[in-house]
Design a protein around this ligand. Structure first.
Ligand code: A2P
Length: 280
């Protein structure tokens, strides 16, 4: 593993029409980082959607040609932001993130400006209470949705749960929620009176913290509802968006279905939607 970004990657990316410039990089832990980059003027997206981003791959040993190495990343910034933000895992032997984690401000990434995804308001029927269930970097689409005024206009209560292995991995989400609650501009944008609608429920599974356990366990044994003073979930009132590992998504889907909630899509809005957080 080298700490350097390959020199020829930068030269090649600059020639591409989809290149964007990195403006800021934050390393949260040795497994997690976030970065911001310029936004193509023409890029419009709905909060919660993802785009394909990446770098040029290594040259083919035979032909010397380089191909873009792209992965789906949820846009973590709100749609009104001038820049784009992404929140990523670092996988030391992952084809893309082993390189992407070393990106520096001023360097370029490839961004295909075609946003898509199911974690959007349009895929849910109107409801009273909106649940965001995130594990790990699955917080990213909700970082966008939590800064979207529609989230607070459409619902009476918004609950975000975030489960990570340890406390340090919660920090990106914790800071975002704190920013929403305390920043004057956020208060004006979302409506100061709406901020009380937001409940943040962080849990850890491998380090001691105020609340411990997988969110699936806390849902099944009723701890989550007892903690929040809620009677459970019903398709009449509750809507949910889920973003985490494949295992989390599968397990949570089964739990939501047990409450009578049905999976929705852009073309067929229902009670909940699911998307896999990027890994690799
Ligand atoms: P655990 O520590 O018990 O595996 P990761 O960092 O591996 O993506 O995991 C993020 C968080 O998601 C961890 O706290 C992990 O708990 C939790 N998690 C992983 N798989 C599931 C699952 N199937 N159901 C609920 N939580 C899960």
């Amino acid at each position: 593993m080298t700490e350097q970004t390959p020199v020829n990657t930068q030269t090649a990316v600059k020639a591409l029409p989809d290149a964007q410039t990195v403006t800021e990089v934050t390393h949260w832990t040795d497994r997690l980082f976030s970065f911001r980059c310029t936004r193509p003027a023409s890029l419009r997206f709905r909060s919660g959607e993802f785009v394909m981003i990446g770098l040029m791959g290594d040259p083919d040993p035979k032909t010397g040609k380089q191909k873009p190495l792209l992965r789906a990343y949820s846009i973590a910034s709100p749609s009104w932001d001038d820049e784009l933000e992404f929140y990523s895992i670092k996988v030391q032997d992952g084809p893309l993130t082993s390189k992407l984690q070393h990106i520096q401000p001023g360097e370029q990434i490839i961004l295909r400006p075609k946003p898509v995804g199911t974690l959007v308001h349009d895929a849910l029927l109107p409801g009273k209470r909106l649940w965001f269930f995130a594990t790990g970097t699955g917080f990213a689409p909700f970082a966008s949705l939590l800064r979207d005024p529609q989230t607070f206009e459409d619902y009476e209560q918004v609950i975000i749960t975030h489960t990570c292995r340890d406390v340090a991995e919660l920090e990106y989400g914790r800071r975002l929620v704190e920013h929403i609650r305390t920043d004057e501009m956020m208060g004006e944008l979302l409506g100061q009176e709406n901020l009380g609608k937001l409940t943040y429920y962080p849990t850890t599974t491998r380090e001691e913290s105020l609340r411990m356990g997988r969110i699936t366990t806390l849902l099944e044994d009723g701890t989550l509802f007892a903690d929040l003073g809620i009677d459970g979930m019903s398709p009449d009132t509750d809507r949910a968006m889920v973003c985490g590992s494949l295992g989390l998504n599968t397990d949570l889907k089964a739990i939501l279905e047990s409450f009578g909630l049905e999976e929705g899509a852009n073309s067929d809005p229902k009670h909940y939607v699911v998307e896999k957080a990027f890994v690799g």
